[in-house]
Write a protein that binds this ligand. Structure first.
Ligand code: HEC
Length: 104
């Protein structure tokens, strides 16, 4: 038995709440601290950006500044996220992940 038992299904709930506009409350529990930018991408961004709700954002070499700006300020249907929801360090990692040419 390995200890890789973090339930994948949990992320659906968080993202569903994000859609309902309750994201701040749901994400505030994490105090803006995530294990990695990949976790943020998979659990938050990916819910919309890997499912057709939002446009594909990975592998398009979008400018880092633009991605950061959109996440902090929102843009039309794209919600904004405060530092208490996604901390600066985690956001920097997400930006690196998203702005890269390669999609790992
Ligand atoms: C609740 C759904 C949702 C979540 C969660 C979400 N986005 Fe978005 N995002 C959207 C939608 C919808 C758009 C398109 C907005 C528009 O143009 O009206 C968008 C647009 C964007 C854009 C602009 C894309 C372009 O083609 O110019 C970027 C960059 C972006 N999102 C990054 C992120 C990142 C990074 C995260 C995670 C921290 C994230 N989004 C989380 C729904 C979401």
């Amino acid at each position: 038995m390995s200890n890789r038992s973090i339930p994948k299904a949990a992320c659906g709930c968080i993202a569903a709440l994000a859609l309902a506009g309750a994201a701040p409350a749901a994400l505030a529990d994490s105090s803006g601290k995530w294990q990695s930018g990949k976790e943020v991408y998979d659990k938050v961004c990916g819910y919309c950006h890997e499912s057709g709700v939002g446009p594909v954002i990975r592998g398009r070499e979008l400018p880092a500044e633009y991605i950061r700006y959109v996440v902090r300020h929102g843009n039309r249907a794209m919600p904004s996220f405060r530092p208490s929801e996604i901390g600066d360090d985690a956001l920097a990692e997400v930006v690196r992940l998203v702005s890269g040419k390669q999609v790992q």
